[in-house]
Design a protein around this ligand. Structure first.
Ligand code: ATR
Length: 285
């Protein structure tokens, strides 16, 4: 039987290492199929040291765009033609678009996360006092995008305070964010409407560890974990038991994919369908 993708008119891809477990190909290809777009998305395992050649290869092969994941999100910035403002502030690129032969880099992680939050909170997000736990790459994207969106207050707590300070330095305009050590942030737990875990604490296989106490949460607090393996972390379970609202990491994953999809095709995809596909894939793994 003929494979209809032999006729793909546009090619998209993911470059990372490793990429074997990525859910992006099935998520994007399903949307292409549903929208009857003759496009194809494939994951490429690109070893560290091979990135420059890989990007060059994508260009010669006429790719229309690609995603970039760990460990290449920072290095890839050297090999493309332009970087949009938000990606510059975040200091990493996860989506590249071929615009009339020019590679333009974006970061859809933070924007995708804000999209997933908005579907839960609506415009109330503007009135939220928010605490972000962690100051790595994911925190950088989340903090930058929330800051640009505009929230009531934003604080970061991290084991290594200097990394939180670095994130703050990159936020160009406005008052910046508050940097707190763990004790200071813990004392203010009941001040926050939204607490976001961006660290790997609680991720499989260490599923019994938790990033934050749930005893002193503000009533109605939303606890959001960027982890999606497991789908419901011990921290989210504890928060739920304390009466808090929760959000798992699938929202951010789907959100970043949806924003990338829109950049490539001009079409906002079916988020619910993408979420179902990702949940199905996670169930299989
Ligand atoms: P990612 O790109 O997923 O954000 P990362 O850049 O490696 O990953 O960042 C991991 C974050 O989790 C960091 O904020 C890290 O804290 P440090 O900056 O102090 O290293 C945090 N983290 C990971 N394991 C942790 C642990 N056991 N306790 C506290 N923080 C931890």
């Amino acid at each position: 039987m003929a494979n209809k993708f032999l006729k793909a008119e546009k090619l998209f891809g993911l470059i990372g290492h490793p990429v074997g477990h990525s859910m992006s190909p099935v998520m994007h290809n399903d949307q292409f199929e549903r929208l009857e777009l003759p496009y194809f998305y494939h994951a490429f395992d690109v070893a560290p040291g091979e990135l420059k050649e890989a990007v060059k290869g994508m260009r010669s092969l006429g790719f229309s765009g690609f995603n970039v994941t760990v460990p290449h999100k920072v290095e890839v910035m050297q090999y493309i033609d332009e970087i949009n403002e938000e990606a510059q502030m975040i200091g990493a690129v996860n989506t590249v678009v071929n615009t009339n032969g020019k590679w333009i880099g974006y970061n859809t992680d933070g924007k995708g996360y804000v999209e997933s939050l908005l579907s839960k909170t609506g415009k109330k997000l503007h009135d939220y006092n928010i605490l972000v736990i962690g100051a790595g790459g994911a925190a950088r994207a989340v903090v930058t995008s929330l800051y640009r969106y505009g929230v009531k207050s934003l604080a970061i707590t991290n084991r290594t305070i200097s990394k939180a300070e670095d994130i703050n330095k990159n936020l160009k305009e406005g008052p910046g964010v508050e940097i707190l050590n763990k004790e200071e942030a813990e004392q203010k737990t009941n001040h926050y409407d939204l607490i976001i875990n961006t660290t790997s604490i609680g991720m499989a296989p260490d599923i019994n560890t938790t990033p934050w106490k749930t005893e002193a949460l503000k009533s109605g607090c939303l606890c959001s974990d960027l982890i999606y393996n497991p789908l419901k972390t011990t921290w989210l379970k504890e928060a739920e038991n304390m009466g808090a609202d929760t959000l798992n990491g699938v929202g951010m994953f789907v959100g970043q994919g949806a924003v990338a999809f829109e950049l490539w095709t001009g079409i906002w995809p079916d988020i619910e369908r993408m979420t179902d596909i990702v949940l199905e894939e996670l169930g299989r793994k």
